[in-house]
Write a protein of this length. Structure first.
Length: 79
């Protein structure tokens, strides 16, 4: 949105950042409450972020859910 130069773009940026913060807060609260984060939970959060036009938060949620489901993670470097 070019740094929010116009009033319309500033409003869009604030809405997008709000939805990103809200999605992060929901994920943190769900982890603290030990909610099972199944496909429905993750897709609902992704749709919320995507509706606001926040594609970076949507991708971050998707990748975090994939990493969380991995049984073994390979580390880089030595022990």
């Amino acid at each position: 949105f070019s740094g929010g130069k116009s009033k319309k773009h500033r409003k869009r940026e604030s809405i997008t950042s709000y939805h990103g913060r809200l999605a992060r807060k929901i994920v943190i609260l769900a982890e603290q409450a030990e909610v099972e984060q199944d496909d429905g939970f993750v897709s609902a959060l992704m749709l919320c972020a995507a509706t606001a036009g926040d594609s970076s938060t949507c991708r971050a949620l998707y990748l975090a859910s994939k990493v969380r489901r991995m049984d073994h993670l390979r580390t880089c470097g030595g022990k």
